[in-house]
Design a protein around this ligand. Sequence first.
Ligand SMILES: C[S@@+](CC[C@H](N)C(=O)[O-])C[C@H]1O[C@@H](n2cnc3c(N)ncnc32)[C@H](O)[C@@H]1O
Length: 386
Amino acid sequence: MRIKVFTLFPDMLRAMLSESILGRAIERGLIEVELFNIRDYTLDRHRSTDDYPFGGGAGMVMMAQPIVDAIRANTGPDFRGRRIYLSPRGRTLTQRTVEALAREEELVLLCGHYEGVDQRALDAVIDEELSIGDYVLTGGELGALVVIDAVARLVPGVLGSDASPEDESFTTGLLEYPQYTRPADFRGAKVPEVLLGGNHAHIAAWRREQSLEITRERRPELLADAPLDDRDRDVLERLQRHTAVFSILTSCSVRCERLELRLADQFPKRWLSAFVPEDRRKAAKKPCLSGRRHVGFLWRAFTEGFIDGCAEGDAARAAWFDRAPDHCLLYLPDERLLYRTEGAIPSEALKRLGQAVLADEALTRTFVRTGKGDIGPWYTALSAQV
Ligand SMILES: C[S@@+](CC[C@H](N)C(=O)[O-])C[C@H]1O[C@@H](n2cnc3c(N)ncnc32)[C@H](O)[C@@H]1O
């Protein structure tokens, strides 16, 4: 892969291109990046590259002549590749575009500056305009570096392991699952149990589910084009039901008093924070690194007394329940979250929740006391109503 960059500020790119993975890839000849200073192709004695815009307006426009001559002089008739102008007006760069660019033999990247480039240069020597996002930069150099970096890592051999790019965000059509490294316990924040067990099938299933959940939460539009199998669709359907139940429960203005943390690390953070009263949430919030951020946050919230009760394990659950036997306990699906209301559930909320909650009160108590019980019927009844 050969990339030719045309810029007024080649030094802006040099530092990035000499370090780390890109630097090594260039050194090993896996990619070749050539920098051309557009100013070297000016014809007047002042070496002018820009001038005032015809028709008035602020700023300067890069002149056509040095750009056209620079690109023509360095891309002969046998040039096989794409000539790209980095521009906020362009098509937005995506991983699919990057994959297509990585299949080209050669790329030309033209970096604009000031107010942009004379349209006649673009008409003469550019095939396509690409934007790196919906914002405006001072110049195209950062955009060119983004393209080079994203394309280079798809060139075989550039990354240590050939498998590395394959399960990244976007490549699979989904956003990536959370990653963890040592130590397994970082200041009380633990790595999810499943990743330590060594069962590759379980790990793959957990990661897939996390990817689906994160994508659904942050970039739901990606799911439309992502390759999904039946299991994925089941997971998404379950998440959808959770969300429906969740929105009913949040609209009931139920206060969170107690949380079951056992499986809470699989829980979207916004679910949990929604149940913690605002005044306590703010006070409890501290920076916490790791994908289990919400668990850490809740645990701290509990230990610092910002939420009244919080327990892990059956014994702790039973002990807590003994202290507050009259509260109504509600489960969210899969025993993941347990909370109680203060006294009765408001009648308006009950109407929407249906009788399932009342019926479940006894069941819930049994379950909490003994660790046995089946929340299935309650959840089925509840989700049937949403
Ligand atoms: C200040 S910008 C010019 C913006 C231009 N007047 C407009 O409104 O579209 C200067 C140069 O930065 C580069 N640039 C700015 N934003 C960019 C983006 N989002 N993606 C790629 N290049 C960008 C382009 O090369 C552009 O010529």
